[in-house]
Write a new protein. Structure first.
Length: 333
């Protein structure tokens, strides 16, 4: 284990104490001065990988094992059934069961965000209600995209307004253009931020100018902006984001919580140094090798990664070596 990784583990108790000592309703970085968000989303959320057995069934025992290890890391909460959870490959029954499993294992002071976005408004509402009944605190609703040419600002505002009206739990918008081919328009975000049950957005596009403008344009609302990747986490905090939903947190949870802490304390030089060492590993487990790469890296850090569901294919030996060298070169292995 590299010295930097040992250092992150040695800092874990202090980080945890600092992270949880403050009241959870403290002002988020993107919440207007003098106001408090109705539900504080500030901090790091790993979008959990869904573990599968060799026969590609959901492996709940391995999921519980990963959750036990994550319990000692000062995450604000967990995201279940996001893109990294292979959400499109799970049957509706499995989606509800996974959320129920995580809720049973998760301390009540940590938030559970559950993906519930479907292509139709009706299906999204139905699944959102099911997620709430299974124990989710917040619904993470991805943009419908199959008929993306028809997904105008007006259509998306109508869709999310209907979902927000019907949802028994708060809603966070989810824009992930790399997967959907659709960026949630700024005009739609600004309008939807005024909805009393829509409390934020996870933006995975990586456009810092756009994120900063979102923070600026929604500053009078009870609305928080979350970075959708570890690669631009520091930059997101610099323009006012509240936290991050980062795939890399499945692997390097402690260092990402440390980065969150450094940014909140204004220790920007230390934060920048740490951010630099996270960029290449983050790219490797997202754009470069995707979920198969994420799951392989998890195994090197003591978590269960396991196989993906077909048609996602495992990495080749050459890809595994490239992935390992990326983590090694940045001091994590």
């Amino acid at each position: 284990m590299a010295f930097s990784t040992r250092l992150a583990f040695s800092l874990r108790p202090a980080l945890a104490a600092l992270h949880w000592a403050a009241p959870r309703h403290c002002r988020g970085l993107s919440t207007p001065q003098g106001s408090e968000p109705s539900l504080d989303l500030g901090g790091i959320f790993p979008p959990l990988a869904t573990p599968f057995s060799p026969s590609q069934e959901v492996d709940y025992a391995q999921l519980e094992g990963n959750l036990r290890r994550y319990a000692s890391i000062p995450f604000r909460g967990l995201v279940v059934l996001g893109s990294n959870g292979e959400y499109p490959y799970l049957a509706p029954r499995e989606r509800v069961e996974v959320v129920s499993c995580v809720r049973r294992a998760l301390p009540r002071d940590r938030l559970l965000l559950a993906g519930s976005g479907c292509e139709s408004t009706q299906a999204t509402i139905e699944l959102t209600v099911s997620m709430a009944e299974a124990g989710a605190d917040v619904a993470l609703v991805v943009t419908p995209c199959y008929y993306r040419g028809a997904m105008t600002t007006a259509a998306l505002v109508h869709h999310y307004t209907e979902v927000g009206d019907a949802s028994p739990i708060p809603v966070v918008l989810y824009s992930v253009p790399a997967n959907t081919g659709l960026d949630l328009p700024m005009e739609a975000v600004i309008t939807l931020a005024q909805h009393p049950n829509i409390i934020g957005i996870k933006d995975s596009g990586g456009d810092i100018t756009r994120m900063g403008l979102m923070v600026h344009k929604t500053r009078q609302e009870d609305f928080q902006v979350l970075a959708g990747s570890a690669g631009f986490l520091l930059a997101s905090y610099a323009v006012g984001a509240s936290g991050g939903v980062c795939a890399l947190a499945n692997v390097l949870g402690d260092p990402l919580c440390q980065l969150d802490y450094l940014c909140r304390k204004g220790q920007w030089q230390e934060a920048r140094d740490l951010q630099h060492r996270l960029i290449e590993p983050n790219t490797a487990v997202t754009r470069r090798f995707g979920i198969p790469g994420l799951k392989k890296a998890m195994e090197w850090f003591g978590y269960y990664g396991g196989p993906c569901r077909a048609p996602l294919a495992p990495l080749s030996p050459a890809q595994v070596e490239e992935l390992r060298s990326t983590f090694t070169a940045n001091g994590w292995l």
